[in-house]
Design a protein. Structure first.
Length: 129
């Protein structure tokens, strides 16, 4: 996990398919799905706090999103569908907890995700001569 980002980078090497899905459990269906194309967030109240799970991917790997929700506890999920390119893909998963006080509020967390998505699309490049 990258310190301060609350996200873990996952790089997958895979053969035999051109796409996979990464998901977030909707648990008791008491939250909100925030759909931002290549960023997927599930926000929920948890007692007196807010929890949020996120998946994001570089745009080139983004295919779509879908929800599987049979209304059965622990079987409800939202998925980010990802393209496999040259037998690999990259995505990031992470979380927000309001009591950590790392972010002022959930809106600040969402802005953080938006900023990270921009940085992922435009990485810093350093050339050493």
């Amino acid at each position: 996990m990258d310190f301060g980002n609350n996200l873990m980078k996952i790089e997958v090497s895979i053969q035999g398919t051109d796409h996979i899905s990464a998901g977030i459990s909707l648990q008791e269906n008491n939250g909100t799905i925030l759909d931002k194309n290549n960023i997927l967030v599930f926000k929920q109240n948890h007692f007196k706090t807010i929890l949020s799970n996120a998946i994001l991917t570089p745009k080139k790997y983004f295919k779509s999103q879908h929800v599987y929700n049979p209304q059965i506890k622990d079987q409800n999920h939202v998925f980010l569908d990802l393209k496999v390119i040259n037998q690999s893909l990259v995505y990031y998963v992470g979380f927000y907890w309001s009591e950590s006080k790392q972010f002022a509020d959930h809106q600040a967390w969402e802005k953080h995700l938006d900023d990270l998505a921009i940085k992922i699309e435009n990485p810093i490049q350093i050339n050493i001569k």
